[in-house]
Write a protein that binds this ligand. Sequence first.
Ligand SMILES: *Cc1c(COP(=O)(O)O)cnc(C)c1O
Length: 223
Amino acid sequence: MVNKPVWEALTQELNAAGATLVAVSKTKPASDIQELYNLGQRHFGENYVQELVTKQEQLPADICWHYIGHLQSNKVKYIAPFVHLIHAVDSYKLLVEINKQAEKNGRVIDVLLQMHIADEETKFGMEEAEIFGLLEHYTAQQDAMQHVRICGLMGMASNTDDEAKICSEFARLCNFFTHLAETTFFAKPYFAIKSIGMSSDYGLALAAGGNMVRIGSMLFGSR
Ligand SMILES: *Cc1c(COP(=O)(O)O)cnc(C)c1O
């Protein structure tokens, strides 16, 4: 079951803020996705490869599927034919594999680099220095890397009630984004996405400058 009034209010709020809503449908049945689709939602996020492939086969072809979870290189080939945006690139090796599979499918795949902003050890993502390292490799190999487009950054804040802490983590990502936009990605208009914010902290993400939010439980109920 989908919470229609919540979706409507959220959509209005995000439209006003110029942000994109990715409805995170992981573990939820295809019927829930169809319900939101019928209301007008087109961007959906999943974080298990097999589940995403199964749902993609069952649901309308014009859905924009976002892969938001940790992605293993050996699984890229299953989603490469159709994925709209891969949020959580956390190594150059993964980027190379995405480029390879995109080329096989005659596509250019859009990706985000996952930045580690939370203090918990368990969260995936790269520190600033690792991102600089990845971009150095990418720039050096740019002719061979024409089948991926780095469109921005993604991050997950600490799981805490401390709003000031969450705000400072989001601000760190947004400041780093601005730095990259003004240097490495100077005059590249596609470098434009800051994917931050989930059900519990999307308001703080918008305030920090986020323009893509990934929201699950608020729309579909708890998992
Ligand atoms: C599950 C998930 C979300 C959505 O979380 P909710 O709290 O249900 O809104 C967002 N981003 C990622 C990476 C997720 O895995």
